[in-house]
Each structure stands twice: as structure tokens, then as C-alpha cells.
Design a protein around this ligand. Structure first.
Ligand code: HDD
Length: 700
């Protein structure tokens, strides 16, 4: 355990499997000491290798099998250990032990992922982010396998392979990697109006987070909480980041992918290494069962959210990530999440997307990791598992006795079944009286009202970003009919939006909203049903949907690049550095080289990491240009410094500078505005806290 890390019951459990090879002798997998792991056994120094070389055979055979199938979606991810602390007792609603008793702490393992890209793809594609949390509770593991977006592309799990095939690289040429900007994805969208709401989210800046620490998480589906008396309430789960929800600019995201494709992974890792533990508040929206049909949308429809204006989010706990994995493969890659992993006190709803997921995840884990994947250290629950399941590949346990069945007398009837009163899991006794049908509920037909709600809730600059993202994505679509169908679909969300995008694509501007006709409907759907698809949202705006309303009062997590070179103003540098650090920000010098840089007073500081040739503005949140005659002269001739400052300007970052660096600013910055601050450290820091000055975009 490193000094800054905080152990949990789960990380203690993992200690039993953690291997320290310091001072140990090299052995084969059978424990035989090895004296040479560099040369094969040969007939003579220049002769052929011998097949009897068991040391070579073992080394290569293991290497040949090092890769396991990557996840079909969510392949790329970062993970961390942490703890969930309950701040509000929920026993009124749920018997789940981790929701009972204020102050109760439950270890967690969290995996945050992109969706479409392969394992080795970039952290910053325009994409949904996965938000998986495994709670190691006293009653077994509860997995909340959500996303950073509260709704989904489709309403029924039957369509999942289709939406995934459509967004993944195209089957003929495996292009493009980790991008939705291509024909097959938008073809699927244009023929599936149920995607309309999700598309607004993925085209918004939510799909390009500044940091994994700055994104929300959602359980997406409606679940149930069930209390000791068996009474159920519907529930939606939320994670709200303490640092606020922030994003980068799209141009910036594309550049980050080139400059540092591990941008998010590194940020999360470093924050935990530095003891800046990422935190999220855990919230619930609780809906009494009798209110199930109270809304003008169906709470079982995963393309709908419940506006916080209708049901407020109540904060009931906080999650803190306190430890990085020791070994990425053993912990992050082998972690197996499954929405079907629930505990007493929690139950599923009949959401048809959720119901389908309950099959897919355990199935995929069996394929990736095998039938005994729950025995892997990262997946096993805190308490020893007791049942009659036996054998299978890689069985780790040695079960005593004869009883591998129940009921038994050979094992004294053990393991005993747990009565409901002893915490045994009992499914909520919902009564369902219906015919078997392969159909979609008519209550799922409204595809546009919440897409409108989302778009209308955005600040002006956020709406512009959605317009730009759609224009960008569709401009990469080669088939004109697909582009036209999407524009037609957009008319049902916002006519101005559709017209803007049409213009960018060189398509005739639509004059009115027009339903998309040529998509696959349910067989029994009538014309009236189709007309009911287009309606206004009952809530016209929802504050929680706009990132403009998020926390903007902290320097924590902000990384500020400070330009220096020989002759920099030492006094100013010390002042800027201590002001940034005092408020919890990070100050990183950028200089012409690594090593010692001489200040105007003859003193020196060490430049440890960033130079004008190895870094870029997109890796920082803000820029400060230090003065000093010789330094400014250098900067005026360093074209990477000008490009750096230009990008900081273009991406709406705060820029501060000493009065004598004015010439550099005049040369590089096109226009002055309120986030460009001369000799005004206080307001510079305030601008950095706000994260971005998006207003600047109007002047670009
Ligand atoms: Fe899924 C992985 C989230 C619908 C089938 N999904 C996966 C992961 C997340 C989600 C976060 C990564 C788990 C990890 O970290 O290892 N998926 C969602 C959400 C959905 C959703 C929020 C809708 C609300 N998924 C969904 C459906 C199906 C799947 C409808 C299939 C019927 N998802 C899978 C999968 C994956 C997966 C193929 C790939 C790797 C894995 O499960 O472990 O089974």
C-alpha cells in the first residue's frame, strides 16, 4: 500500500493474492528455479533449438495466450478502488445493507469506459462513457452498470447488437475507429427515431468530458427498492461529481487524441496518486408504485429520464476513489460487471432493455473469463461463497465432503438456505397478467418530446456545440439519403437546429417538422399512433440537463501551464505559483528544455516535465505568461509558444499574463476579453475556476 492510499475491506482481501517478487528467485510455473531465461536450449551454440526446452516452451506458450477477448463494447477503460459512505438511512425504502445505517461504508471497484473504441483506442472520442460500480456489500455484490448519459439509444435489448454493429468500425474495412461519424451509425439512427433523445446527448459536450472525475453517472433504467416488509418503490440512480460536470471543446478533443490518447486514464491515475481523491454524490429519485402511470412518458422506457423538476434527486451518500489498481489486467480487465448482480432490497423493473441485459452480461463474462469468473479476486464477494456449484474450468476451491446437491443429508443439509427473515433474497412479488406478444408498448412511441426538452434546456453555446457536432458528424457520412433522413428527423426536435445542419451539409433547408416515415414500425401500429409520436414535453426546461449550471467555484483539479525561459521574472513566477497552489490548483512550467532554467535574478528552477516541443495547450486548463525581458523575447520567436497560446484562446481558456508580456499577447491573441487578464491574478484565478469562457466563441 502506498502512503496516500486508503485500504478498504476489498483491497485488504486482494492483498492475499498480491505477489511481491522483491528478493525472490526466478522459477517456472511449476516452481523449478531457473538459471537462464534469455537463451534457448540448443545443440551446440550455433545449433538447432531443442523441443525438450520446457523453460522456453512454458514462456512462449503462456505469452501466446496472454490476451483474452476484449469486451465487445466498453473495451477501453480505467479503474479504481474506493469506498461508498451512506449519508442518509434508506431502510424505509430498501433492506439492502449498504443503504441501511448512516455512516455505513462499503468498498467499491469502479470502471469508467468509452463504448465504441477498441482497448487501445483514444480516451477522447465523441462517445458515451460507461460508469460501472461494484459494491462489495455484506449481502454480496451489487453492480450498478450505468453510463454518463441518463438515457439510451434503443428501447428493447433485441436491437442492441444492431446499434453496436452500426457504431463500430464498418464491417468491410474496419473504419473508422472509435467514432460515430460514419454511414452505418447514422443510417441506423435515421431509421430508428427512438434514438432521437440519446443523439442530443451524444452530440452535446457530455460526450467529450474534461475528466472522468467530472462526469455524471446514471443507472439509466428504473429499478426497484424493496423494504423489509416487501413494499417496493421505483428508483432511478444518479452519480453527481463533486468537481462539477465539465467538458473540453471538440477541436481540443481531437487534438488531445493525438497528443495524449491516455489523457483521461492519466488524469484519474494521477489524481489518486496525488491524494486528490475523485468523489461523487450518490442520489436517488424515488417514485411510489402507485405513481407509475402519473407521467406523460413511460418510466419503463430507457429513452426517457425523469426531469428533476418532477421528482427531485435526493443525495444519500458519497463515493470516494482512494486507490489505483495494483495490476491493470488482474483488476480492471478481469472485472466482470453484470446488472443482474443485485442484493436483497433491490430489484429489476420490466424495462425491456434491462431485462435483455440480464442475459447478456453473465453470458459475455462466461465467454471472456470462463464459468468460474466470480472466483477471480476482483470479482469475488467479501464473504466466502457457499453453494453446490462445482467444477468447471479453473475451479479454485476445494470443497470438502460429498454434498454437491441440495437437499442433502450427507453434508448435514449444508449449506443452509437463508430464510427471507435471515436476509435470503426474495424477488418482489409483482403480479403480471398478460398474453405473450412480441411487440413494443404504445406508451414508448413518443421519441421527440425529451429530445426537445434536452435541447431547450441547453445554454446558447451548448446548443451551438450540438449544431456543430451534428454538422461535423453528418459531413463525414457519404450517402446523401442518410444525411437527408437525419435532417428530417431533427425537424421534429428543433427546426432551427435542422435548418442549421442542412445548410452546413448543402441540403435544402426544411421549412417544417416532418415525421420520419420510413422506419420499421410495430406491425399493429396505426396512423394515429404514429401521429402521437410528436408531442411537446410536459416540462419545457430542466436546469440539471445543462452543464452551464454546474459547479464553477473550485481550483481543485485545474492544471495551469506557466510559460518560462531563461530570464523569466522570478518574483512574478513565485507569486503566480503560490496563488495557484494555495487554492488547490496545479502549476506546471513549460520551458524550452528540461532541467534548470535561469531567472532574471540569477536563481534557477527545475523544469521537470513540459517543454514547448513536447506539450500543447490541450493538456492544460489555462495559461499564464510570465514576464522578464529576455523571456518575452524568446517567446516572441518560439512558434510552439504562439500555437500553444492560440489554442488556449481558441478553446476558451483563461489566459493571464504579466504586463511586460503584452507584446507576446498582442502577437498571438486575436481579441481581448474578460478571461484574458493582465497583471490581475485574482480575476485570472476566478476565470480558471469557471473552467471555460465559452462566450469567447462568438468572437472566433
Ligand atoms: Fe452494456 C458492457 C452500460 C445496454 C450488453 N455496458 C457495458 C459496460 C457498461 C454498460 C458500463 C461496461 C462494463 C464494464 O465496465 O466492464 N449497457 C450499459 C448501459 C446500457 C447498456 C447503461 C443501457 C441502459 N448492454 C446494454 C444492452 C446489452 C448490453 C441492452 C445487451 C442486451 N454491455 C453489454 C455486454 C457488455 C456490456 C455485451 C460488454 C462487456 C461486458 O458486457 O462486460 O454484455
Amino acid at each position: 500500500m502506498k502512503n496516500h492510499e486508503k485500504p478498504t475491506a476489498k483491497t485488504d482481501d486482494l492483498q492475499h493474492e498480491t505477489i511481491n517478487q522483491q528478493g525472490k528467485t526466478f522459477t517456472t510455473n511449476t516452481g523449478v528455479p531457473v538459471n537462464d531465461s534469455h537463451n534457448t536450449l540448443k545443440l551446440g551454440e550455433r545449433g538447432p533449438s531443442l523441443i525438450e526446452d520446457f523453460i522456453f516452451r512454458e514462456k512462449l506458450a503462456h505469452f501466446d495466450r496472454e490476451r483474452i477477448p476484449e469486451r465487445v463494447v466498453h473495451a477501453r477503460a480505467s479503474g479504481a478502488h474506493g469506498v461508498f459512505r451512506l449519508t442518509k438511512d434508506m431502510s424505509q425504502y430498501s433492506s439492502a445493507d449498504f443503504l441501511n445505517g448512516v455512516g455505513k461504508e462499503t468498498p467499491v471497484f469502479v470502471r469508467l469506459s468509452t463504448v465504441a473504441g477498441f482497448r487501445g483506442s483514444t480516451d477522447l472520442p465523441r462517445d458515451v462513457r460507461g460508469f460501472s460500480v461494484k459494491f462489495y456489500t455484506q449481502q454480496g455484490n451489487f453492480d450498478l452498470v450505468g453510463n454518463n448519459i441518463p438515457v439510451f439509444f434503443i428501447q428493447d435489448a433485441m436491437k442492441f447488437p444492431d446499434v453496436v454493429h452500426a457504431v463500430k468500425p464498418e464491417q468491410d474495412n474496419q473504419m473508422p475507429q472509435a467514432a460515430s461519424a460514419h454511414d452505418t451509425f447514422w443510417d441506423f439512427v435515421s431509421l430508428s427515431p427512438e434514438t432521437a433523445h440519446m443523439i442530443m446527448w451524444t452530440m452535446s459536450d457530455r460526450a467529450i468530458p474534461r475528466s472522468l472525475r467530472m462526469m455524471e453517472g446514471f443507472g439509466v433504467h428504473t429499478f426497484k427498492l424493496v423494504n423489509k416488509e416487501g413494499k417496493a418503490h421505483f428508483v432511478k440512480f444518479h452519480w453527481k461529481p463533486v468537481l462539477g460536470v465539465h467538458s473540453v471543446a471538440w477541436d481540443e478533443a481531437q487534438k488531445i487524441s493525438g497528443k495524449n490518447s491516455d489523457f483521461h486514464r492519466e488524469d484519474l491515475w494521477q489524481a489518486i496518486e496525488d491524494g486528490d481523491f475523485p468523489e461523487w454524490d450518490f442520489g436517488v429519485q424515488i417514485i411510489p408504485q402507485e405513481d407509475e402511470h402519473k407521467f406523460d412518458f413511460d418510466i419503463l422506457d430507457p429513452t426517457k429520464l425523469i426531469p428533476e423538476e418532477l421528482v427531485p434527486v435526493e443525495i444519500i451518500g458519497r463515493m470516494t476513489l482512494t486507490k489505483n489498481p495494483t495490476n491493470f489486467f488482474a483488476e480492471v480487465e478481469q472485472s466482470a460487471f453484470h446488472p443482474g448482480n443485485i442484493v436483497p432490497g433491490i430489484d429489476f423493473s420490466d424495462d425491456p432493455l434491462l431485462q435483455g441485459r440480464l442475459f447478456s452480461y453473465s453470458d459475455t463474462q462466461m465467454y471472456r473469463l470462463g464459468v468460474n469468473h466470480q472466483q477471480l479476486p476482483i470479482n469475488r464477494p467479501l464473504e466466502q461463497v457457499q453453494n453446490t456449484l462445482r467444477e468447471g474450468a479453473s475451479q479454485h476451491f476445494i470443497h470438502k465432503g460429498k454434498a454437491s446437491y441440495t437437499p442433502n443429508s450427507t453434508g448435514g443439509g449444508c449449506p443452509f438456505l437463508a430464510m427471507a427473515t435471515q436476509g435470503g433474497f426474495v424477488s418482489h412479488g409483482e403480479r403480471v397478467d398478460a398474453h405473450k406478444v412480441r411487440a413494443r408498448s404504445k406508451s414508448f412511441l413518443d421519441h421527440y418530446s425529451q429530445a426537445k426538452l434536452f435541447y431547450n434546456s441547453q445554454a446558447e453555446y451548448e446548443q451551438q456545440h450540438i449544431k456543430d457536432a451534428l454538422s461535423f458528424e453528418l459531413s463525414k457520412v457519404k450517402t446523401p439519403e442518410i444525411r437527408e433522413r437525419v435532417v428530417q428527423m431533427l425537424t421534429n426536435i428543433d427546426l432551427d437546429l435542422a435548418q442549421y445542419v442542412a445548410k452546413k451539409l448543402g441540403i435544402d433547408e426544411p421549412k417544417e417538422a416532418k415525421p420520419v416515415e420510413n422506419f420499421v414500425r410495430n406491425a399493429d401500429e396505426t396512423a394515429e399512433d404514429a401521429a402521437s409520436v410528436i408531442k411537446e414535453p410536459s416540462v419545457s426546461k430542466s436546469e440539471a440537463l445543462s452543464m452551464a449550471n454546474t459547479a464553477k467555484d473550485t481550483m481543485k483539479s485545474r492544471k495551469i501551464a506557466v510559460f518560462i525561459s531563461d530570464g523569466f521574472d522570478r518574483k512574478s513566477f513565485d507569486k503566480v505559483k503560490s496563488a495557484i497552489e494555495k487554492e488547490g490548483g496545479k502549476c506546471a512550467t513549460v520551458a524550452p528544455m528540461l532541467g534548470m532554467i535561469k531567472a532574471d535574478d540569477g536563481s534557477e528552477i527545475e523544469n521537470k516535465e513540459f517543454t514547448y516541443f513536447n506539450s500543447a495547450s490541450v493538456l492544460f486548463d489555462a495559461l499564464y505568461v510570465i514576464g522578464g525581458e529576455k523571456n518575452v523575447k524568446f517567446l516572441l520567436n518560439e512558434k510552439n509558444a504562439s500555437e500553444f497560446a492560440n489554442d488556449a484562446f481558441k478553446h476558451c481558456k483563461a489566459i493571464g499574463y504579466d504586463a511586460d508580456a503584452q507584446k507576446f499577447i498582442d502577437k498571438t491573441i486575436i481579441k481581448n476579453d474578460e478571461a484574458i487578464l493582465k497583471d490581475d491574478l485574482e480575476n485570472f484565478l476566478n476565470a480558471v475556476k469557471k473552467h471555460r469562457y465559452w462566450e469567447r466563441e462568438k468572437t472566433l
